[in-house]
Structures are given as structure tokens and as C-alpha cells.
Ligand binder design. Structure first.
Ligand code: NAD
Ligand code: USQ
Length: 404
């Protein structure tokens, strides 16, 4: 598949915005390992959220400077680093002009639905950071790198849970005898998920109006932590969120099982989503870069490999835990969110497979190793961070300075 031309032409240059985060760090290393020229752009705002909220990753993570130095000393490969906020257009345009990327992979957003529902100021921050950051990327590409391919991380949550099959970005509809292929309807269910809908609309328009090439990766919930590159050294270790704000379903359940906390199924537990292993995140992004969209094309891929309900996940973790001698219990937590708890769900996800994706499906052995990973770090778990404390209905206009 992929990567670097063996014909002596120059290696492709990829700018990874949000490259200090969970998906971005794994992807930056993977691409560097595949001989892409990589630059990381990050404001480090995610590390600041952790400090402000008093939460922490399960795994100790090195500073971005130490991470990059360690990578260089292990592999001889350099990753360029630009620290700054992409909402600052001066910073972003200087970065783009200096690095001259062939593709920009944009992970750099506030990505937690609960964070966006803490209070008015966090809702506003999320949409401002995400929507304006992406608009700036679009303007910078138009002005300084018009051939550059934008690979943007979207979310499956843009579609919500409609009572019909979910297509990949577009749906063909016949109405009053006429037929058209239209953007698939969006029904996001948090101010965070809505920021992704706004981004998608802005990118689609920029492609049409200016001829920009873009791929929107509607990613499902990511699980796992190890990738080939991050496991090369402890200083390359990725973050692993388990708290009630940034932790995602399966990763949280594994940590909960490891420390003997009951699994926190919200409401009836029939909430079904698409999921994928972080090793497939890096593979999908590489496939999107290696097979770029055409000028003016706004391409949409649904990036997940399997569907599970929350109850399915609780069941799988309980079984895997038992094999390791853990006694795993489940509690039904009153749902802090407003979402359907029993619903139809059937989403297409064939386009990345057609490009060559070879999925790592959720298996007993992966669950085993995730659980063992969580057990290895269980002394770092702060059990007070586990229960959810952000309510979709109780969000207020007053800024919450203490979130506990
Ligand atoms: P993360 O919070 O771990 O990483 C995001 C990174 O972006 C952080 O390092 C942060 O400092 C940086 N960032 C945020 N705003 C920025 C700005 N204005 N300028 C520069 N840097 C900025 O999140 P993640 O889990 O790695 O998610 C990455 C992307 O993938 C997000 O866009 C998210 O919506 C999407 N996604 C994630 C998941 C998941 O399960 N983790 C699932 C689907 C989609
Ligand atoms: N859930 C529980 N118990 C928990 C945690 C979550 O029942 O302890 C439920 C939630 O109510 C929800 C589902 O599990 O129905 C998924 O929640 P999540 O927190 O794992 O994921 P979500 O909030 O949707 O957000 C995550 C990422 C986000 C990404 C999204 C992909 O944080 O960046 O966009 O997954 S998707 O879900 O496809 O929209």
C-alpha cells in the first residue's frame, strides 16, 4: 500500500495537528516510522484541561519534547514540532508556509462530549476552538498550500442514531419523483458532536467553492493504547484516559475492572456505536493520506470496524476479567446524557476496507492485554475520577470552577 516512493522522489510531508493527543501521537509516530516527513502542531491545551480538572491519564506520559527526542534517539528520525494554537491564524499560516505539507491531518480539537456540556463557557470554548480552528486550516490551505490534502477527524456521532441505515456521508433520496444524492442528515447529541457537524459543513463548502481536497473521517469510539511505535520505549507511551470526562467506554471499563470498580453502564445500556482499535486509527489515516481526495472533492469515510452496545462491552469485559481472576460487577448509572438507550443501529463502513484496511477486531486476546495493561498501572488510578458528574440537562450559564 502506502507510504514512501521507492523511486527516489521526495518523501511526503504530513502535518499532524493535535499530535500530542491520544490518536495524534500514535499517528505521528506511525507515519514517521513509514518514512513520511512529519511535523506535530499542538497547543498542549489538552494537558492544561487535565490540570484544570484535576484528572490524569492512567499512563505516565513524557513531555512532547522528550517524546520527540526519544523517538529520534531510537530511530534516527526527526519530527518537527510547532507549539501553538491553530485558532491563531498568524501562527498557523507561518507553520504551514515553513513546513510545506502535502497533507494536513487535523486531530486538534476539544474532543470530549461531557467537557462541552460542563457549563456555557466550555460549550462556547468547544465550538469556538473547533470551528474556528478548522476554518483557519481551510483558509491557510487555500492561501498557502492549495494542493494540500486535508484529512479531518470527524465523528460517527454526527449522524446520531436514526431509525434507518447510516451511509458513508451521502444518501440518495427520491422525493416527489426527483432524485438527488445529498449529505446524510446530521443529529448530533452534544455541543462537542455538533462542532463536528459545523466543521463538516464548512469543509464541504470550501471544497466546492475553492477546489480544496478533503477527507472527513467519521471515526467511531477508539479503544486500546499500544501501537508498534509507542511500545518501543516507555517515554513513547500514549495517554490512556479513564475519567468521567475524557475516558471513553471500553477503555474506561477495562480500568474499572482492573481496580474492582463496577462497570458504569449509563441507563439501559442499549446505546450502540461503532468502535475501532487505535492500531486501526493509524492505519486508516495512512490509507487516507496515501490515496488523496481529488481537487474539489469532499470525501467522507466512516472509520470504525465493529458495532457494540454498552451492554455488549460490559459483558465482554466481565468475561475477560473472569478469566484473569477478577470479579467484575456492573451498575446501572442514571444516564447523565440525553440519548436513545434502545435503538436501531446499522452503519456502513466499507470505503476504508476497499482501500486496504485490515482491521484488528476486538478479540479475547486484545481484551486480555488491555486488562493486563490496566492492572499494570492500577496504582495510578484515582477512583474519584470514575463516576460521571456532567449532566446534559443540568448544564448552566454559571462557570463551574470546581468540577467534582
Ligand atoms: P486528545 O484530546 O487526546 O488530543 C487532541 C489534541 O489536540 C491535544 O493534544 C490538544 O492539545 C490538541 N488541540 C486541541 N485544540 C487545539 C488547538 N486549537 N490548536 C492546537 N492544538 C489543539 O483527543 P483524541 O482522542 O486524540 O482525538 C483526536 C481527534 O479524533 C479529535 O478531533 C476527536 O474528535 C477525534 N476522535 C476521537 C475519538 C476517540 O475515541 N478518542 C473518536 C472519534 C473521533
Ligand atoms: N457510556 C456508558 N458508560 C461509560 C461511558 C460511556 O454507558 O462509562 C456510553 C455513553 O452514554 C455513550 C457511549 O457509551 O452512549 C459512548 O460514550 P463515550 O464516552 O465512549 O464516547 P463519546 O462521548 O461518543 O465520544 C467519544 C470521543 C469523541 C468521539 C466519539 C465517537 O470522546 O471524541 O467523537 O467517541 S462517536 O461515539 O462515534 O461519536
Amino acid at each position: 500500500s502506502s507510504q514512501v516512493p521507492s523511486d527516489g522522489s521526495k518523501p511526503k510531508r504530513v502535518m499532524v495537528i493535535g499530535g500530542d493527543g491520544y490518536c495524534g501521537w500514535a499517528t505521528a509516530l506511525h507515519l514517521s516510522n513509514k518514512n513520511y516527513e512529519v511535523a506535530i502542531v499542538d497547543s498542549l491545551v489538552r494537558r492544561l484541561f487535565d490540570h484544570q480538572l484535576g484528572i490524569d491519564t492512567l499512563t505516565p506520559i513524557a513531555s512532547i519534547h522528550d517524546r520527540i527526542e526519544r523517538w529520534k534517539s531510537l530511530t534516527g528520525k526527526s519530527i518537527k514540532l510547532y507549539i501553538g494554537d491553530i485558532c491563531d491564524f498568524e501562527f498557523l499560516s507561518e507553520t504551514l508556509k515553513s513546513f510545506e505539507p502535502d497533507s494536513v491531518v487535523h486531530f486538534g480539537e476539544q474532543r470530549s462530549a461531557p467537557y462541552s456540556m460542563i457549563d456555557r463557557s466550555r460549550a462556547v470554548f468547544t465550538q469556538q476552538n473547533n470551528v474556528i480552528g478548522t476554518l483557519n486550516v481551510l483558509f491557510a490551505i487555500k492561501e498557502f498550500a492549495e494542493e494540500c490534502h486535508l484529512v479531518k477527524l470527524g465523528t460517527m456521532g454526527e449522524y446520531g442514531t436514526p431509525n434507518i441505515d447510516i451511509e458513508e456521508g451521502y444518501i440518495t433520496i427520491t422525493h416527489n419523483g426527483r432524485t438527488d444524492t445529498l449529505p446524510y442528515p446530521k443529529q448530533a447529541s452534544s455541543f462537542y458532536h455538533l462542532s463536528k457537524v459545523h466543521d463538516s459543513n464548512n469543509i464541504a463548502f470550501a471544497c466546492k467553492a475553492w477546489g480544496i481536497r478533503a477527507t472527513d473521517l467519521n471515526q467511531g469510539v477508539v479503544y486500546g493504547v499500544r501501537t508498534d511505535e509507542t511500545e518501543m520505549h516507555e517515554e513513547l507511551c500514549n495517554r490512556f484516559d479513564y475519567d468521567g470526562i475524557f475516558g471513553t467506554a471500553l477503555n474506561r471499563f477495562c480500568v474499572q475492572a482492573a481496580v474492582g470498580h463496577p462497570l458504569t453502564v449509563y441507563g439501559k445500556g442499549g446505546q450502540t456505536r461503532g468502535y475501532l482499535d487505535i492500531r486501526d486509527t493509524v492505519q486508516c489515516v495512512e490509507l487516507a493520506i496515501a490515496n488523496p481526495a481529488k481537487p474539489g472533492e469532499f470525501r467522507v469515510f466512516n472509520q470504525f470496524t465493529e458495532q457494540f452496545s454498552v451492554n455488549d462491552l460490559a459483558h465482554l469485559v466481565t468475561k475477560a476479567g473472569e478469566k484473569l481472576g477478577l470479579e467484575v460487577r456492573t451498575v446501572s448509572v442514571p444516564n447523565p446524557r440525553v440519548e436513545a438507550e434502545e435503538h436501531y443501529y446499522n452503519a456502513k463502513h466499507t470505503k476504508l476496507v476497499e482501500l486496504g484496511l485490515q482491521p484488528h477486531l476486538l478479540s479475547d486476546s486484545l481484551l486480555d492485554s488491555l486488562l493486563n495493561f490496566a492492572i499494570q498501572f492500577k496504582d495510578r488510578v484515582d477512583q474519584k475520577q470514575i463516576m460521571p458528574n456532567v449532566s446534559w440537562k443540568k448544564i448552566g450559564v454559571k462557570t463551574r470552577t470546581v468540577v467534582s
